[in-house]
Design a protein around this ligand. Structure first.
Ligand code: SF4
Ligand code: FES
Length: 238
């Protein structure tokens, strides 16, 4: 695989072919805001906040930097007026969608956006539909216990038919990755509750500390081919 040279904000950078503009910009320490990008997940370009302007004036266009691969000789602007205007509109839409989100309010304020001209459906909404939880469950954990359901404005993350999901192993990865702490997750007296299901936590056979739900330990055993007994001792005691 060869290398590709391009200009970002007038700065020359050479990166391996296939690198995204976002990654090339980070190589130059140029900060592009992101919401749905995560280094451990394949980018899907959901939020559009990472938008940048490519091409030469007057033939420029906006693309998502987290999914757009670099091209030889490409000229990129990460903070042009056109880019900042687009980001402000996206943040206005997100403010209308999730007015309670501290993260969105802070990101919006940084660009001078303090209110939205768009309609708010639910003033209590926090979910920004970034999809990180769904992709983590599907692509990292590998169980696909949750998905996006309905169309905008009713779009939301849920288990199938909003019922308790048999596929869920109670690992809590979706709750950990959520940038807005939207997904209810509690642990109390050895019970982990998530997506409306109670999971009894298994205690380490050596120290007695809680490890994880049996469904999660059995899933690890299935993935690795190890006997489940191997996971009944916590990492610290192994
Ligand atoms: S629940 Fe959290 S991670 Fe999932 S889409 Fe909503 S904001 Fe993103
Ligand atoms: S970070 Fe690129 S589209 Fe969300």
């Amino acid at each position: 695989m060869g290398e590709v040279s391009l200009l970002i904000n007038g700065l020359y950078v050479k990166v391996p072919a296939g690198t995204t503009i976002l990654m090339a910009a980070r190589q130059l320490d140029i900060e592009i805001p992101t919401l749905c990008y995560h280094p451990d997940l394949k980018p899907e370009g959901q939020c559009r906040l990472c938008v940048v302007e490519i091409g030469e004036w007057p033939r420029t266009r906006l693309v998502n930097s987290c999914t757009y691969p670099v091209e030889e000789g490409l000229s990129v602007q990460t903070h042009s007026e056109k880019v900042l205007d687009a980001r402000r509109v996206i943040l206005e839409l997100l403010l209308a969608r999730a007015p309670k989100s501290k993260l969105i309010r802070e990101m919006a304020a940084e660009l001078g956006v303090t209110e939205s001209r768009f309609k708010t459906e639910d003033p209590e909404e926090l979910c920004i539909l970034c999809g990180l939880c769904v992709r983590t469950c599907r692509d990292i954990v590998g169980v696909s216990a949750i998905s996006m359901i309905n169309r905008t404005p009713e779009k939301q993350v849920a288990t199938p038919f909003k019922l308790k999901s048999d596929a869920c192993i109670g690992c809590g990865s979706c709750a950990f990755i959520c940038p807005n702490n939207v997904i209810p997750y509690t642990e109390k007296n050895g019970i982990r509750t998530i997506w409306g299901r109670d999971f009894e936590l298994v205690k380490c056979e050596s120290c007695g500390n809680y490890i994880a739900p049996m469904a999660q330990l059995e899933y690890w055993a299935k993935l690795t081919g190890d006997p489940v007994e191997r996971y009944l001792i916590c990492r610290d005691c192994r």
